[in-house]
Design a protein around this ligand. Sequence first.
Ligand code: ADQ
Length: 460
Amino acid sequence: MTGRLIIASNRTAAPGEARAGGLAVALADALSERGGGVWFGWSGDIVEREPRGAHVFTEDGVEFALADLTQAEYDGYYLGYANRALWPVFHYRIDLAQFEEADFAAYEAVNRRFGRLLAQFTRPEDVVWIHDYHFLLLGQEMRASGWSGPIGFFLHIPFPAPEVFSSLPQHQRLARAMAAFDLLGFQTDRDTANFRRYLIDTHGGELLEDGRIAVFDRVLTAKTFSIGIDPDDFAALALGDEARAAAERVGGIIDNRALVLGVDRMDYSKGLPQRMEAFGRVLDDNPDLRGRSSFLQIAPPSREAVDAYQALRVELDRLTGRINADYADLDWVPIRYLARGYPRETLAGLYRLARVALVTPLHDGMNLVAKEFVAAQDPEDPGVLVLSEFAGAAEQMPTSLLVNPHDIASLAEAIHRALLMPLEERRERWQAMDASIRETTIAWWRRAFLEALDTTRPDA
Ligand code: ADQ
């Protein structure tokens, strides 16, 4: 008999919170398929006094256990170590990373407090699944609190090359803690290979015949589980009333010119300035295309308390202003840049309307926008995906127009080519991408991970 599932992620889909994303639905499904369990995470609240326990709610047989953070914990653990050190380094931006010892101390303390708390919710036959870079030490802390059952970990962002990971002053400490997990899941084979190479070259890890790695007196499995979406659900969304209404509205505003679309959280990993420059370059080099296509970039601000995010906002304002001032005409604006989020239905309608999607991050774990765009297309008249070779999705979608997002000239060339691509070629490329997003759906992802985790039990 399989035990209950215990999930830990920074944010949860607790009662009352919108379960908008595919990931939240998938984890909720995983919990209900196992007949219940616990979903642990940060409540989203910042409190004055050191919190001790967790708020517990039960919904459909799932216990939600939510812990608060103090202001100092939020600053040091969340904004500090997680988002000023780990996020930039894992996205190859050592230049933006700030290595403050006090931030690491806060990260360690929160992982310790949360690990102890979470251990109290477990029963011996359970399995534990921990998510993402906020909780690299959580498994080790649970072990210190007496938990000896299976622990899986999934990293949603890239695992960088060993030389880059080693730039973290605490990388040795992090590596030892990560060895407390039995199964480590990564988005792409590139990430899995980076992690293995790091353990083998830096810590004398040994690759065993069955593919597992022996390191720090433990044996662990590192494997690729490429996250996906629910393509049928998204395709249906794109045909719904709200999606159609959004497409009609935007189609009217751009006067049915070809829509070039970008949808991202506003983050320096997403390559937004490079993308805008490349669109500007298309207009510089192709006078015949001026007035014939409109670029719409949707980018809601995130993590605004971190300096690098404020700087990005200023840069995007400047770039759009310049390109629009150079090229806008009485009846046409080249770039529309909306610094706010939209409901999934609206995005689905815009994806379907778009002739070209620009998904050009400098580094990205997977990038689900790329997959959502593919799912939303009209099979008879699909749009073109311009995709960064540094997005995890590139490994699975070689028939997109793959680009190096740092190379503005070839990015501009790809946008130009996408705008002029004949219908037959668009169909052929899209069919292969559609087949690929149907292979590793979100349901496949969670089942494959949990099956692998179940087999790591000593008695399996
Ligand atoms: P994100 O960096 O947030 O996620 P991504 O995978 O593209 O990146 O997006 C996640 C979801 O947010 C998608 O469903 C998308 O529709 C939605 N979203 C993005 N921009 C939006 C906008 N402007 N308005 C409204 N909704 C928007 C992290 C990693 C990724 C990894 C995912 C899942 O950084 O690499 O693919 O986790 O593992």
